[in-house]
Design a protein around this ligand. Structure first.
Ligand code: SF4
Ligand code: SF4
Length: 492
């Protein structure tokens, strides 16, 4: 439980001896707790007692019913970890076999979330540039200019943390949807139209390294005209279970390729799997768009590696002799994110752009990834992501031909009205719905009346007793133990 206690303090151990058990602080319901659904507790639970809400059986029956056109997308971090579910070593790259396995399961189309990661870079990169231009006085704003630093919004657990605990930072979040949601929106609104299909004819399934993506897909903002962008989200572990259930030996399958057009992604898109990857991908595009020159080195070493917080700065030569410095930071893990947020709030950290991923190492260490043990699992997955990028011909998001076509044919340009309608969203202050702002009080703080009443109704200990919790696993009633014999006193 240390995983949760360090950064979130949602789950904890309570009582002593035979009564020791796991429970939620204060809450009687996980939904109302300040849990950000990162799934880190699930991925480290030694006895498998904690689990994500699974949907793989539902997806399997949809595949077998053949009532809908079944479309899958696979996130960057899945391809370097799904092999572990098939008995391969961590860091084995099994992209082609995974696509082949998905086709065997019955998916009609398999698209690559890397395509949507490229789209995210176009939208988020241009949003950042717009904010910078306003901050540098190169453009005038009609209203209050959006604040800096701009925080990434690809990680739904981080977005939930901001909405519930740091709502004053909501304007700092990029308004871009995550790549998962951008893919869903593009498939249902653009691809369906191109192919004379109705969005309700299509079932969109995401394969993600992430448990928080399940919650993200269910958000009411994520869809339009009565349909959702994403219908089901499966974790990497669930996909592994599906393969085993259907006796598909993924590792031995001949490689297959993603389907066009949304199967085309760049090396920059793959980098989203690693902490620092969004930043590196954004720098590749922003630098070239602003300066019109090629970036001398594509690898941004300063933001690579598993260190929890990293920073770098980038010199941008604008028109004429003007040079501007863009200060960036990258952090992964909730503890590091909190520290960085506190520094930004205190004015001791001064950045323009900050990438935050809630899981250690980024999505490669996501709560939905295989539970492989070993000291270097994350390093191996991380190295595999970098090797995929370096072996690709297409390594920059703005050079992706299918992204160029999407803008030319349907969206106009990044951050256009059409792009905003489809690819951007709004966040909400949820500090009074859930989270520490209202429901979770520190041990000594007065407890809100409604929480005290709810605890009273559920026969929980009263407010004066300090932290309140609902046991996840209620201890069995045991007969009272006989009193311990006092050890005999021995003297000299
Ligand atoms: S999902 Fe994350 S925040 Fe929620 S209980 Fe587990 S570790 Fe804590
Ligand atoms: S870091 Fe990645 S896997 Fe972890 S919660 Fe965020 S999006 Fe999901």
């Amino acid at each position: 439980m240390a995983t949760c206690e360090e950064g979130m303090n949602v789950l904890g151990m309570f009582n002593r001896g035979r009564d020791r058990h796991i429970g939620f602080y204060h809450e009687s319901d996980l939904e109302l707790s300040k849990c950000i659904e990162c799934g880190q507790c699930v991925s480290v639970c030694p006895v498998g007692a904690l689990s994500e809400h699974t949907s793989w059986r539902q997806v399997l029956s949809l595949l077998q019913s053949k009532r809908k056109i079944m479309v899958a997308q696979t996130a960057p971090a899945v391809r370097v970890a799904i092999g572990e579910e098939a008995g391969l070593a961590p860091g084995s790259v099994t992209t082609g076999q995974m696509v082949a396995g998905l086709k065997r399961l019955g998916f009609d189309y398999v698209f690559d979330t890397d395509f949507a990661a490229d789209l995210t870079i176009m939208e988020e990169g241009m949003e950042l540039l717009q904010r910078l231009k306003l901050a540098w006085g190169l453009e005038k704003s009609a209203g209050t200019p959006p604040p800096l630093p701009m925080f990434t919004s690809c990680c739904p657990a981080w977005v939930t943390l901001v909405e519930t605990e740091y709502p004053e930072l909501i304007p700092n979040l990029s308004s871009c949807k995550s790549p998962q949601q951008m893919m869903g929106a593009t498939v249902k609104a653009v691809w369906c139209k191109r192919n004379n299909l109705q969005p309700e004819d299509v079932c969109m399934v995401s394969i993600m390294p992430c448990t928080a993506k399940k919650h993200e897909a269910a958000r009411p903002e994520m869809g339009r005209d009565g349909y959702k962008d994403i219908d089901h989200v499966l974790t990497t572990r669930e996909l592994g279970r599906m393969f085993r259930f259907q006796h598909i030996d993924m590792a031995s399958l001949p490689k297959d390729s993603y389907d066009d057009p949304m199967g085309t992604g760049s090396g920059a898109g793959v980098l989203f799997g690693n902490t620092g990857g969004v930043m590196e991908a954004a720098v590749r595009t922003v630098y070239e768009v602003v300066t019109g020159k090629e970036l001398p080195h594509l690898s941004l070493e300063a933001v690579r590696g598993l260190k929890g917080t990293k920073e770098a700065s980038l010199q941008l030569q604008l028109d004429g002799d003007t040079t501007k410095t863009v200060r960036v930071a990258v952090c992964s893990g909730v503890v590091n994110a909190r520290k960085l947020v506190e520094d930004v709030r205190a004015g001791t950290a001064n950045y323009d752009f900050v990438e935050v991923m809630s899981c250690p190492g980024g999505c490669i260490g996501g709560g939905g990834q295989p539970k492989t043990k070993g000291p270097d699992v994350l390093q191996r997955r991380m190295a595999a992501v970098y090797s995929i990028d370096s072996n690709m011909h297409l390594r920059k998001s703005h050079e992706n031909p299918q992204i160029k076509k999407l803008y030319a044919d349907e969206l106009g340009k990044p951050n256009s009205e059409e792009a905003h309608h489809l690819l951007h969203t709004k966040y909400h202050d949820r500090s009074t719905e859930r989270g520490s702002g209202a429901v979770f009080a520190k041990e000594d703080a007065p407890m809100p009346e409604e929480v005290a009443a709810a605890l009273h109704e559920s026969n929980m200990p009263g407010p004066a007793a300090g932290w309140k919790f609902q046991p996840l696993f209620k201890p069995q009633q045991q007969p009272e133990a006989p009193p311990r014999r006092q050890p005999a006193t021995r003297g000299f």
